[in-house]
Design a protein around this ligand. Structure first.
Ligand SMILES: NC(=O)c1ccc[n+]([C@@H]2O[C@H](COP(=O)([O-])OP(=O)(O)OC[C@H]3O[C@@H](n4cnc5c(N)ncnc54)[C@H](O)[C@@H]3O)[C@@H](O)[C@H]2O)c1
Length: 326
């Protein structure tokens, strides 16, 4: 297949490009402005350094390359920044995505895989956990809203253009690095728990913080569903196959269907690293639900996706090994 991967130099995109490259039967073009991505993370295909806001250039690329499918990761994704600078998020995550969808329609590209997020669910009622795809969406920040808007635009476009099919994947908490250690998360100033814990275990930070230990959970800290980046990447390959088989547009959660508390994650990172790093308890952050865990039965049943790395120790170990390398 001739595939355009927008944001393929980023953390998750580069793992998908790697798996597509290893399949061997694709022509891959990565478009990335390298704002948070890294050229050396792109192990396969051609990298085109381009900002997706440059519509004419994106349109020209579609004209020249005759893609069969688009996988769209490119986005801005720092939640507090989305609160202070919402326009940046609506421009990059919604307007630029809409322009790419527009190019797909114009140039007859009928397969689109979209990176969405559990942030579209907002702070779900605890009775809805583990959360299913048909739970109400109620994002509580511009980041989540900007992604939900793109989902709506995809849905409306697919309705108006029946040949156009899309899959939106709502990721839960993505973590870890490639099993062979070749790529991982290099994001600067990342706020992701496992990445921060790996940095602290490596001595790149003096200490780290736990935001709230008075939640209604067994140890008082928030519970999240951590998915290994290789399993998440394989869901994209499955999604492409699913559309190739002639299935309809759809929306799927990507998670393991069970969670770990912040303290459990930190204990695991301490165990795999052998470093008893310093952890301080801070106040809660606004907008952190106590528990956010996926119901992943839909993607397993409809796409036949089977995770291989549902193992918190392995997730922490791959993240740590990568952190030591960079
Ligand atoms: N990391 C997570 O835990 C997580 C969770 C849920 C959803 N997501 C979604 O997954 C996707 C990928 O996230 P990631 O963690 O790999 O982030 P990332 O920042 O590592 O990757 C994003 C990539 O897109 C590129 N990019 C951004 N704006 C661009 C533009 N206008 N033009 C061209 N390139 C542009 C960046 O340079 C970067 O390489 C995002 O859409 C994000 O919202 C991530």
């Amino acid at each position: 297949m001739n595939i355009l991967v927008n944001g393929g130099a980023g953390y998750i995109g580069s793992h998908v490009v790697k798996q597509l490259g290893e399949q061997g039967d694709h022509h891959i073009t990565v478009v990335d402005n390298l704002v948070t991505g890294f050229e050396d993370a792109v192990l396969y295909g051609d990298l085109v350094k381009l900002d997706l806001s440059e519509f004419d250039k994106v349109d020209k690329l579609f004209e020249e390359k005759k893609f069969d499918a688009v996988i769209h990761f490119a986005a801005s994704l720092i939640v507090p920044e989305s609160v202070s600078d919402p326009i940046k998020y609506y421009m990059n995550n919604t307007v630029n995505t809409t322009n790419v969808i527009k190019c797909c329609i114009k140039h007859g590209v009928n397969r689109f895989i979209f990176s969405s997020t559990a942030a579209t669910y907002g702070e779900p009622d605890s009775s809805l956990i583990p959360i299913k795809e048909d739970a109400p969406t109620a994002p509580i920040n511009p980041y989540g809203s900007s992604k939900l808007m793109s989902e709506t635009i995809l849905k409306d476009t697919a309705f108006a253009h029946p040949d156009f099919k899309y899959i939106a994947l709502r990721y839960f908490n993505v973590a870890g690095a490639s099993i062979d250690g070749k790529i991982g998360q290099s994001t600067k100033g990342a706020t992701h728990l496992i990445k921060v814990a790996a940095e602290t275990a490596c001595g790149k930070r003096d200490k780290m913080f736990v935001f709230g230990d008075d939640y209604d959970t067994p140890d008082g800290t928030c519970i999240r569903d951590y998915i290994h980046v290789e399993d998440l990447a394989s869901a994209h390959l499955k999604a492409l196959e699913y559309l190739e088989e002639g299935n309809d547009s759809d929306l799927f959660n990507c998670g393991y269907g069970h969670g770990f508390s912040v303290l459990e994650v930190l204990e695991t990172m301490k165990e795999v690293s052998g470093v008893d790093f310093k952890v301080e308890i801070n106040d809660r952050r606004a907008g952190d639900p106590a528990i956010l865990v996926s119901d992943n039965s839909k993607i397993k049943k409809k796409m036949g996706w089977q995770p291989k790395y549902d193992d918190l120790k392995l997730i922490c170990k791959t993240a740590l090994d990568w952190e030591k390398k960079i």
